[in-house]
Design a protein around this ligand. Structure first.
Ligand SMILES: [Zn+2]
Ligand SMILES: [Zn+2]
Ligand SMILES: [Zn+2]
Length: 360
């Protein structure tokens, strides 16, 4: 790490979605945001009154599916008690003047990640994470198949109250939506534009850059080194099939993206071999995060190609990935008003710290 990198103040443009940017300002005192308290770690194995703990299955809405079996489940999927979208709505789409509303049709399910109440992702076995990601895949596939009105199936996880988790028991959620959400839409359309110009997937190019790129940028006047890019500088973890990267323009200070090393557009096509490697890379990445920012509250979510005709020509330009966004600070009016997120630690420095964690 050079001195130049220690005090960065610049606006970085997201290469995939150029309308998104982040202000990286590591200068001392530049802290417009309030820090989140680390979530108190609830490490209890069983809580008598928790609806997601074993023995309390009658306290949840009906089981959608369980793995490996209903009696001895390791992962259990139930209907959400308070769905944000439902299949019972009678209204149709609505337009009045400039206002437009799409019927809130959809499905909302909860995936109980593990029978143990307070277990963290990094403490689950690789076999368990293999099973859990298999359930993610199966639910996405089933929900797309269940209804042709579904435009996108989003799988995500909230961990900690600052990340919006209302039930402490470790869980993920699946929402099948009647629209393609804006974040996915922007990624798919912008990466298509890049592909049409360069005949290459931008995600593959970014992975390639992260694994091989090396450069030194000099100041034109003084000749001093302005910035040094080292090989692997943004790589947190590399497996056989997956890589975990710290994006150059990260909106969240400890944000990590996990991507398949080879071009893959659709998460549901993941092979067992790939899924074993994903389990390992995910576990290692979360272990590193936990070691650096202990008790992190975070969201993670899967971005994969939507199963609708509008994007059927984008399989060679879109590349699925998992985004992990730790919530270490509360966004301020500056961020909400400008859309410009502020990062007070440079992504290079964050990557270095995450990489430096020694895994057992
Ligand atoms: Zn529980
Ligand atoms: Zn690609
Ligand atoms: Zn994404």
């Amino acid at each position: 790490m050079t001195d130049q990198q220690e005090s960065v103040r610049e606006i970085r443009i997201n290469p995939i979605v150029p309308t998104e940017s982040v202000l990286v300002s590591t200068a001392r005192g530049m802290r417009p945001r309030k820090d989140e308290e680390p979530a108190p770690r609830d490490s209890r194995r069983h809580v008598d009154r928790c609806p997601f703990c074993t023995g309390n299955e009658h306290m949840t809405p009906p089981t959608v599916t369980s793995s490996p079996s209903e009696e001895k489940w390791s992962v259990r999927v139930v209907e959400n008690l308070y769905p944000v979208l439902g299949d019972d709505s009678q209204s149709s789409n609505l337009v009045f003047g400039l206002q437009q509303a799409i019927d809130g049709y959809g499905r909302h399910e909860v995936i109980i990640d593990h029978p143990e109440h307070g277990i963290a992702i990094q403490d689950m076995s690789e076999d368990h994470l293999f099973r859990l990601t298999g359930v993610y895949r199966d639910r996405i596939r089933a929900l797309y198949r269940a209804d042709e009105r579904i435009q996108y199936v989003l799988v995500f996880k909230n961990f900690g109250p600052a990340a919006g988790a209302s039930i402490a028991h470790t869980h993920s959620q699946v929402i099948a939506m009647p629209v393609v959400p804006e974040n996915v839409y922007n990624e798919v359309t912008h990466s298509r534009k890049y592909f049409e110009k360069n005949r290459q997937c931008i995600f593959c190019s970014l992975i390639d850059e992260a694994l091989t790129f090396e450069a030194t940028i000099y100041d034109r006047e003084s000749g001093a080194v302005r910035r040094q890019f080292n090989v692997g500088q943004y790589v947190i973890e590399r497996g056989e099939h997956f890589v975990a990267i710290k994006p150059f323009a990260s909106r969240y200070e400890w944000e990590i993206h996990i991507l398949p090393l080879r071009h893959r557009s659709d998460f549901v096509d993941i092979s067992d071999d790939e899924r074993h490697d994903l389990a390992r890379v995910l576990k290692h990445s979360m272990t590193r995060l936990d070691a650096v920012i202990g008790g992190a509250q975070y969201n993670f979510f899967l971005h994969s190609i939507p199963h609708n005709n509008e994007f059927s020509h984008c399989h060679d330009s879109y590349h699925w990935h998992l985004e992990i966004c730790p919530r270490t600070s509360i966004p301020t009016g500056f961020e909400l008003g400008s859309g410009l997120f502020v990062s007070t630690i440079s992504p290079e420095q964050a990557a270095e710290q995450l990489r430096a964690v020694e895994l057992e």
